[in-house]
Every structure is written in C-alpha cells, then in structure tokens.
Design a protein around this ligand. Structure first.
Ligand code: SF4
Length: 147
C-alpha cells in the first residue's frame, strides 16, 4: 500500500559516539522555536515506528552492531540522515582507533547535514529533504546539506 509522508514523519535518533553537541541541537527541534510537531513530525521511541533514523557521532565500534540492527528494524520505506561532521565521517574523531567512518558510510545515509554541530534549522532542512525523498520514494543517492 502506498504511504505518504506529507503530513507525518516518525524520527528515531541514534547517538553513536557523539560529544552531545549535536544532541543539544537535535533537542531544540522540539522547543517552541523550531517545533517540528507543527509539521506533524515527532521523535519516536522505537525504530519500528520510524520513517527517519537520525545518527550523530563517528559510529564508534561499540555502537556499530546496534546501529545496524536499529536501521534494519525501521519501517519500510525509511531513510538514514547523518547529522553533523562526525556522522559524515570527517569530524573531530576521524581516524581515532575506536571511531568508525560515520553513518554516511556505515549506514549508507542518503542525507547528510554538515556542521559541528549543525544548527537546528540545518537539521530541520535535512529532515525536509528526507521527507521529500520519502514522498518520492527515492531513498538512495547522496544529498549533503552544507553549512
Ligand atoms: S559533529 Fe561536532 S558537535 Fe557533533 S558530535 Fe561531532 S564533535 Fe560533537
């Protein structure tokens, strides 16, 4: 059955070794300024309810398997959005022994929001891009939103 995303979007957030800077900006998405619920979007507790998986951090070795299992458990179709330079693979911990290559590479993120950290407005733009792709069911291919 065809499913539309124009009026709702479930977002599950994964912290994969972030310094929490990106989380502070993610948290602002639900405050009264950036309030994503006005778009019918919300943060959900389970990947099974998620249309979008947002990922921050460099994808530490300890989080790799859990992150992959979370993406596999997400609804179909769903899309991965890498949030921040670490998730893009070239942030502060790039090359560190226990840091991976970021969600952009390891989870094949279709949308990447650059910045250290990106602003809530930039993250929201990334979510709009994810929603646009889900509406068109084009969840593959890279899209990087620059600073
Ligand atoms: S991109 Fe910057 S703010 Fe975000 S987790 Fe990495 S170091 Fe922290």
């Amino acid at each position: 059955m065809a499913r539309g995303f124009k009026h709702s979007l479930g977002i599950r957030h994964l912290v994969c070794g972030s310094c929490n800077g990106c989380e502070h900006e993610m948290n602002a998405l639900t405050n009264s300024v950036y309030d994503i619920t006005q778009d019918g979007w919300d943060i959900v507790a389970s990947p099974r309810h998620a249309d979008v998986i947002t990922v921050t951090g460099p994808m530490t070795v300890a989080m790799r398997e859990a992150a992959q299992r979370t993406v596999e458990a997400a609804a179909t179709p769903s899309i991965v959005v890498a949030v921040g330079d670490c998730a893009a693979g070239d942030g502060a911990w790039a090359g560190a022994p226990l840091a991976g290559d970021g969600a952009g590479v390891e989870l094949a993120a279709a949308v990447t929001v650059r910045g250290c950290p990106p602003t809530p407005a930039q993250i929201r733009a990334g979510l709009r891009e994810a929603a646009r792709r889900l509406d068109g069911k084009t969840t593959s291919g890279k899209s990087a939103l620059e600073r």
